[in-house]
Design a protein around this ligand. Sequence first.
Ligand code: B12
Length: 308
Amino acid sequence: MDTKKAIKKKAREIGFDLVGVTNLKPSIYQEEYIKWIEEGMHADMVYLERTKEQRLIPYSRFPWAKSVIVLGVNYWQGPLPKPKKVGICISRYALGRDYHYVLSKMLFDLSNFIKSRTEVKRIKYYTDTGSLLEKELAQRAGLGWTGKNTLLITEEFGSWIFLGEIIVDIELEVDKPKENKCGNCKICLDSCPSSALVEPFRLNTNRCTAYQTVENLGKLPEWFPSPGNLFIFGCDICQEVCPFNKNAKMTEIEDFIPNKLLINPSTSNLLRLKDKEFEKIFSKTPIGWRGRKIFMRNLKSVKNGLAL
Ligand code: B12
């Protein structure tokens, strides 16, 4: 079996749902990225400005790289039970174990396989942890296409996919990109309660509930929470409405099965959590990573703002 086929086969055995190969050519969206930063759409995520050269021209950081293996893991947990009465919700990416741990372990295993079976001398893996444009790499490696909600959409799993990549100094044949299938649809733009998707493929993070509830460590803006948005950590609205997410398949990764306590949780029970209880429930989740203070800030704000 040739090297690329063997790597793909092993990736699937390890539990990756999608795998493709590309290279580290410069981004074809350099102008758009720079304009996005200049217009302040990155809000307080200054690292996106600081590391823009590495993101846009990745060879500058990895001059030795010959290929990138891009990997996707499905995290769709199936339909969640409907709440008995209106209440807060938590985005799917934060309902189970933090994907950074889960994917890092899988990427580590695949990297070891590559080291043992090929002539590779330099190898690096990332999942959200490197200065790379992961969605654009995934698109180029044929995993799917960039949707108007700015997320990577795949035919098999919609956008409920986490991404990771392994950079290697061996030449592997690149895969063909997929065509963009969004067509005239703009349900995601029309459905965002805070109008964060200002144009197709363009997210103003200042107005994005996912940004405000996870990345903003300061004061929440006056508009938060936007009418009808019950998300207190992350936000899935622009994914929930996407037609490509309607027939998603269940994840096979047990770590992503939701913690029952986080599905339709009682606001008052969450507010009563002491430090130790919070730690016990959330320690291995994205919520635990961000910490109790921000979680409680969001919870109180949504509870008061929506008079729950
Ligand atoms: C910063 C960041 C955020 C920010 C900004 C989001 C964003 N859209 O960029 C915030 C905090 C808001 C965020 C939220 C979420 N995130 Co996030 N985030 C990232 C991160 C670290 C960088 C993304 C980035 O470079 N943004 C900068 C801007 C400029 O990029 P962009 O919007 O992608 O813009 C590009 C294109 O739109 C393009 N472009 C312009 N015009 C056109 C036209 C066409 C036709 C095309 C195709 C492209 C195009 O130009 C830009 C430059 O490439 C990545 C990990 C990584 N290293 O890539 C994860 C990542 C994108 N996030 C992820 C996830 C899961 C989420 C959430 C779903 C979590 C949640 N439930 O709350 C939400 C989704 C919100 C949304 N609609 O994007 C996943 C997405 C997986 C997927 N299927 O795409 C990633 C890849 C992490 C991972 N390893 O899995 N995130």
